[in-house]
Ligand binder design. Sequence first.
Ligand SMILES: [Zn+2]
Length: 357
Amino acid sequence: MSRAVHPVSIAVLACCLLSAPLFQGLCAELPVPMDPLQPKSAEADARNVIIKVGRHQGFVRFVFLSSEGNIYSGSAKQAGKDTIAVEFPPALTYHVAEKGQLRGDSVTEVAKDVKIAVKRSGCWITIENLSDFKVSKLTFPPRLVIDAAAGQQAMPAVPGKPQAPPHQPETAPKLVTFMIDAGHGGYDKGIRGESFTEKDFALSLSKDLGSGLMRKGRKVFVTRKADQVLTISERLRLAGQRSPDLLLSLHVSSDGKLRIYGSPRRPPDGQEDRQGADPYAKPHAVAQSFAENLAQTIRGETDLDVEVDSLPLALIARVKSPSLVIEMPNPEKFNYEGKGREKLLAALVKGLTALQP
Ligand SMILES: [Zn+2]
């Protein structure tokens, strides 16, 4: 799951989004609204990563706190039988609460059977008998959370959150309002197969996804309810009016994968403010953590190949709300018949309703 834009992804999107007539000519057309979201205060800890380690029933939690940019770029993957490699931009300094700064050439025991070693591009966590781990990115404050289990221990049901006793009411904050944007419409048909047209398929999925979210008590707005032409600026205006907690633009992929795209931090040319900063850096970073967490749920609930990436697409790059483009698997490459469609929509609803602002 590379952060770099995957060449295949671009090719796929080229079929459906980039070549759409709606996309073209937008750069000149859209005004550049300014807002005060530039994360100046985050710069204070941009060179440091604070690591908190806590032992919970059945797992060890590592919380990596740093600037939004560092957390956005961070990742964690298995690097050996008992080792998780946590990677961040180079030249950061790592501190563990109560242990102080970690030196580059030493291994520090941060809890019983748990060690952290600082490497050139991050740090390695070693846990004796590591059996499973889950990674999530959360905001306010920006943090990367790893829950790791050893031996036969069970993981918490939701990554990044301890398992609540069953009688306890759910108090974690949730996203309340969603706006679903069915891609294309009218003369802009999107990609076409023998048996489907993207604009119709996206509309039908957006209706069912909206119903699923409403059944979970969420408020859902849509950009289009019918087969109609809607320009990107009209979609942006609708999203601006409603300010949803998350805008989802549904499209169809050219293969059997499900892809979730956020917008990259680097703004499209001409979008920087006077200090050269992207006024949308914050919603973009929030969306990227949503994308990672949503992908993790869908992978857990289905057999789908789910990719997360970022692309400077007009709609998600220019909207003030956190926003994602979801390319659903192509109906000719993925079986939506029988339980397939139901299961995929249920996984999406589960992932979306678990997201924390
Ligand atoms: Zn499309």
